[in-house]
Design a protein around this ligand. Structure first.
Ligand code: FES
Ligand code: FES
Length: 173
């Protein structure tokens, strides 16, 4: 069964007929020529397919496209539409990558993390739920734990998110 949906991806409006079993990741990569989100596990375990879906980070390998008619998707490419996003610049500044395969997902996830913290959302490691969330290293590690990096670029990723959060860049990883 197919349904026609409308989707805005990195500022470009699309109208496509999709099989109800098609994931948002496959729709973008196979039919819309949007390849910034990568397919890693295809099972919600690695984070390489992360985008910002209606402003919140989301795993596109677990999202059925038909369920997101009218959605606004921003990928790592879209974040760079007007020059590098500060999170992307921070990843460059701190070598937060090696092969780069996980990087688009890491970047989108980090942007989502900063927004979640700005909105006061606690995480599993947040201690005082009545206080403002301080994005320390434990918080960054916890909040970024859904994004795996097989190259082990974690020290650089941690430093990059720290810089983007404005909490300094000199602490040890
Ligand atoms: S490809 Fe989506 S979480 Fe791994
Ligand atoms: S930079 Fe290679 S998987 Fe993360």
């Amino acid at each position: 069964m197919e349904t026609t949906i409308r989707l805005r991806v990195d500022g470009v409006q699309h109208e496509v007929s999709v099989d109800h079993r098609t994931t948002l990741l496959d729709l973008m990569r196979e039919r819309l020529d949007v390849t910034a989100p990568k397919k890693g596990c295809d099972h919600g375990q690695c984070g390489t397919c992360t985008v910002l879906l209606d402003g919140r980070r989301h795993l596109t390998c677990l999202a059925l496209a038909v369920a997101h008619d009218g959605a606004d998707v921003v990928t790592a490419d879209g974040l760079a539409a007007d020059g590098l996003h500060p999170v992307q610049q921070a990843f460059l500044d701190h070598d937060g990558y090696q092969c780069g395969y996980c990087t688009p997902g890491q970047v989108c996830s980090a942007v989502g993390v900063l927004d979640e913290v700005a909105q006061g959302h606690p995480s599993h490691v947040t201690g005082d739920l009545t206080a403002e969330v301080a994005l320390d290293d434990d918080e960054i590690r916890e909040r970024m734990s859904g994004n795996l990096c097989r190259c082990g670029a974690y020290p650089g990723i941690l430093a990059a998110v720290r810089q983007a959060a404005g909490t300094g860049s000199e602490q040890g990883a």
